[in-house]
Design a protein. Structure first.
Length: 316
């Protein structure tokens, strides 16, 4: 790895714990994971290089995943080490004729980005629950849990899961993203005219989608999934008429890139995210066109605040 990249793209030493048949061991079974945190080291790396390197990681990891899939629901073990065939060089570093084809992140953000090591800066966790809101990251409150009863309920059940399914779960994170629920954003209202949130939850690394959940049944749906890998006994919410029954289905993407776009929580991510998201779309579209990413599809989403405030922008 080149010295310039060491400060910009490094593994956070995460370990995703693979869902497994309950065991008698005291600790949940673990498998290597992919939690790579991307930081915009603005003074030494181009946006193009950052994104292309991360895309190479996505490509190589995908090849590994496709050959070692183990779960009927699609969960797969992944390597937390950098693949040997990933190019870590900055293709724009030696350019004597800068162009506008490869946009740079605003230089004024450089002084606000921590240049320290990221490896080991995030505590390991087994699962990530991500609420599909269909809303723009610019509209998210600084504290989404305080503004959304459904996001608050999801965070609460995430904290309870280690006790509910200790053989499968250790620490669980909960976030919201800008992916729309299946069928699009629908609006439901209670008898007093108050809107009732009804959305979907992605479960990673299981690649499972829990659909049609509300604040009063998301806890039951998530717990039943982790205990029994189904949500059949969860009743539709009675918070409003016409609400669907929660259901479970395989996620329609094989891998995902989540870029922190939570502007009201960290303005640096709010500025970096649009550039990073656009660059990821361009880079991954090119890889898919060349059949480099031949196994399935890639989802690219904006996500709410991840990590602390040392690094920006960040991605999972």
């Amino acid at each position: 790895m080149t010295s310039s990249l060491t400060g910009s793209l490094s593994t956070a030493n995460e370990s995703f714990q693979q869902p497994a048949t309950p065991s008698t061991s005291a600790n949940p079974p673990t498998a290597p994971g992919i939690m790579h945190t991307l930081r915009s080291s603005l003074s030494i790396l181009s946006l193009r290089s950052i994104v292309s390197t991360a895309s190479s990681l996505v490509s190589t990891t995908t090849r590994s995943i496709s050959s070692t899939a183990t779960s009927a629901l699609g969960a797969s073990p992944c390597s937390s080490e950098y693949p040997p065939d990933v190019d870590f060089s900055d293709s724009c570093a030696a350019c004597l004729d800068p162009c506008t084809d490869h946009p740079q992140l605003p230089a004024r953000l450089a002084a606000k980005v921590n240049q320290g090591a990221m490896a080991g800066s995030v505590k390991p966790y087994s699962h990530h629950l991500i609420l599909c809101t269909g809303s723009s990251p610019a509209s998210w409150a600084a504290r989404v849990d305080s503004a959304s009863p459904l996001a608050r309920a999801l965070s609460q059940v995430a904290g309870e899961l280690p006790a509910v399914a200790p053989a499968k779960v250790s620490r669980v994170l909960a976030n919201v993203c800008d992916r729309a629920p299946l069928g699009g954003v629908q609006h439901f209202f209670d008898k007093d005219g108050n809107e009732v949130e009804c959305m979907d939850v992605m479960v990673w690394p299981d690649r499972v989608l829990l659909t049609g959940v509300t604040a009063d049944n998301v806890g039951a749906a998530v717990k039943e999934y982790f205990e029994h890998e189904k949500v059949e006994s969860v009743e539709p919410s009675d918070m409003a008429q016409g609400l669907p029954r929660p259901a479970m289905e395989p996620l329609d993407v094989d891998r995902a890139v989540f870029v922190c776009a939570h502007k009201k929580r960290d303005s640096r991510c709010g500025e970096a995210a649009p550039l990073l998201l656009r660059a990821f779309h361009d880079e991954i579209d090119a890889l898919e066109a060349k059949s480099v990413l031949a196994h399935g599809s890639t989802g690219i989403y904006g996500i709410s605040h991840i990590g602390g405030h040392k690094f920006a922008g960040t991605m999972v």
